[in-house]
Design a protein around this ligand. Structure first.
Ligand SMILES: *Cc1c(COP(=O)(O)O)cnc(C)c1O
Length: 226
C-alpha cells in the first residue's frame, strides 16, 4: 500500500514539474533505485507499472534478479564497478551508468561481444571535482567519450552524475545547470539522448534543468536502514 501511495505522489510531482518547466512532451524515465530493498518490494512496484530498476551492488542485484526472472525488468547498474565483474554486468544489466574508466569500458565491451550484446552506457561525470567521488572531470569528458565510441558493443547514451549533496536547492540547481551545459555541449557530437540526474531530494529541479532519467530510492521505498 505504501509503495502505491508513494509512486502516486512521485508520478504527480513529475507531471507537475513537467508542466511547470515546459517539458510536457519530453520522455522522463523514472528509475527505481532498489539497493537494500527486497525482491518482493521490487515485484510490487513492477506490478504497479515500473519497469526500470537500479542496483548498486552486483551480488545483491544478482540474488534479487534470480527471484524476479519472470518480470521483464530493465536493470540499470549505478554502483562502482570492479573490473573482474564486467562479464556478470553485461550478462545481467541493460544499462551501466557508472562508466568512468577506460579499462572497465574495454572489458565490458569484450564481455558484451562474447555474449552477443550491446550495453547502454552513461559516462559518470565528477562535476565538483570531489576526490572521494568517481567520474570523469568535465575537461576530460570529450576525450573520454570519443574513446567510448570505439567500442561497438557499448552504446553511449549520455551522462550521469551524483553532484555533491547540499541542502541548498539553489546550489543543486546550479550543479544541474552545469551538467545540462556539459550535456548540450556534447549532445550532437555523440548523439546523446540521456541525462541521468536527480534523486529523492531534488528531482523536480533536475526536471527543470533537463534531466531525462530520475534515480529515486528513498522517496519511493522509504528510508534505507543500511
Ligand atoms: C542510492 C542512489 C540513488 C537514490 O538515492 P535516494 O536519495 O534514495 O533517492 C540514486 N543514484 C545513485 C547512484 C545512488 O547510489
Amino acid at each position: 500500500m505504501m509503495l502505491k501511495q508513494q509512486l502516486k505522489i512521485i508520478s504527480k510531482e513529475i507531471i507537475d514539474a513537467k508542466i511547470k518547466y515546459n517539458r510536457i512532451d519530453d520522455e522522463i524515465k523514472l528509475l527505481a533505485v532498489s539497493k537494500t530493498r527486497s525482491a518482493e518490494e521490487i515485484k510490487s512496484l513492477y506490478q504497479l507499472g515500473l519497469k526500470a530498476f537500479g542496483e548498486n551492488y552486483l551480488q545483491e542485484a544478482l540474488m534479487k534478479q534470480a527471484h524476479l526472472k519472470d518480470c521483464d525488468i530493465e536493470w540499470h547498474f549505478i554502483g562502482p564497478i570492479q573490473s573482474n565483474k564486467t562479464a556478470l554486468l553485461s550478462q545481467h544489466f541493460k544499462w551501466v551508468q557508472t562508466i568512468c574508466r577506460e579499462k572497465i569500458a574495454q572489458r565490458l565491451n569484450d564481455s558484451a561481444q562474447r555474449q552477443n550484446k550491446v550495453i547502454n552506457i552513461l559516462v559518470q561525470v565528477n562535476l565538483n571535482n570531489e576526490d572521494t567521488k568517481a567520474g570523469i572531470l568535465p575537461e576530460a569528458l570529450n576525450n573520454f567519450c570519443q574513446k567510448m565510441m570505439l567500442y561497438p558493443h557499448l552504446r553511449l547514451r549520455g551522462l550521469m552524475a551524483i553532484p555533491k549533496k547540499t541542502p541548498i536547492l539553489s546550489e543543486q540547481e546550479n550543479n544541474f545547470n552545469d551538467l545540462l551545459i556539459l550535456f548540450n555541449a556534447h549532445k550532437n557530437q555523440f548523439n546523446f539522448d540521456t541525462l541521468s540526474m536527480g534523486m529523492s531530494e531534488d528531482y523536480p529541479i533536475a526536471i527543470k534543468k533537463g534531466s531525462t532519467l530520475l534515480r529515486i530510492g528513498t522517496k519511493l521505498f522509504g528510508e534505507r536502514k543500511a
